[in-house]
Design a protein around this ligand. Sequence first.
Ligand code: NDP
Length: 323
Amino acid sequence: MKAIRVERLGPPDVMQLQEVPAPHPGPGEVRLRVEAVGINFADVLAVAGEYLTRTRVPYTPGMEFAGIVDTVGEGVQGVQPGQRVAALGGSGALAQYATVNAAGLIPVPQRLSAAQAAAFPVSYFTAYHGLKTLGRGQAGEWVLVQAAAGALGTASVQLAKALGLNVVALASTAEKLDIARRLGADVTLLQDDPARVQKVREAAGGTGVPLILEVVGGKRFQESLDMAAHRGRVIVIGNASREQAGLRPVELMKRNLTVTGLWLTSLMGDREATAEAAQALGELVATGRVVPQVGPTYALADSARAFQDLLDRKTTGKVIIEP
Ligand code: NDP
């Protein structure tokens, strides 16, 4: 089968299309014929060797995908060949076939296309945990969504609105702000607007934003603290700037701020939180109240270009690769 292989870490062009043997599902695993792979900022960081966990080479990137169940490994119950599912694993999805632990399978409503199903797991579970599990957002509260036209951003805007929150959206271009507005953002601002801190605070009634989903990091992290309301909750989800941020704990004391880290991979091990998120998201997707936003779609052979476009901020919604 065809697969993307990474033999040394580096920029996206280290990825190569190769002919490799198809994987066999071990006990507890399922093999899928891959239809669509969702590309996350984390995949780009992993190929660069800059992710939270160490990347071991050689390997095939791709953690989030949708496909048709092809072979069911020993001991797996309740999964039928021919079924379309979404899957969340560690790596291996940028290929024509991929294996995943059955625990990583996520049922998807019939109404979703393969690309929409591949765009769903990471962004929507992360958005839910940011807004609810850790963020404890309440209907009527304001939330700040950064990179609002991206994969996580579009999921966060839609989900926040579906949960009754008011959204201030930041993004780098007017076109990206249009996307956020179409998804229901109440106030949109260019992330380089010189008066952004003041404007965000004013948008949320002049007292700052009670809940902030922080994905940019670096100097923007300090700005998030400045935009936060008294007793505000800042959920640290990402570091797209790839810059270091400073945190002075005393500043948190002054306004009773809370800063909470969120990593989906470790939260997936929390059964109760995952089941609650799955139930809430399942209903919202099944009724069409949230619709995974599929961005640009690339062929497997163009994977390096897809990764580079994501890194260069050229994409909106979820970048999809179709093997
Ligand atoms: P996106 O589709 O949102 O793409 C990344 C976006 O980040 C860009 O489009 C850009 O939007 C914004 N950005 C801001 N500053 C930079 C920069 N210096 N370089 C590049 N991009 C920048 O990607 P994802 O939805 O996959 O991820 C969004 C963020 O959320 C990432 O930081 C990612 O690591 C994090 N994340 C974390 C998870 C977790 O478990 N903790 C799970 C999922 C995502 P703009 O041009 O509008 O600024």
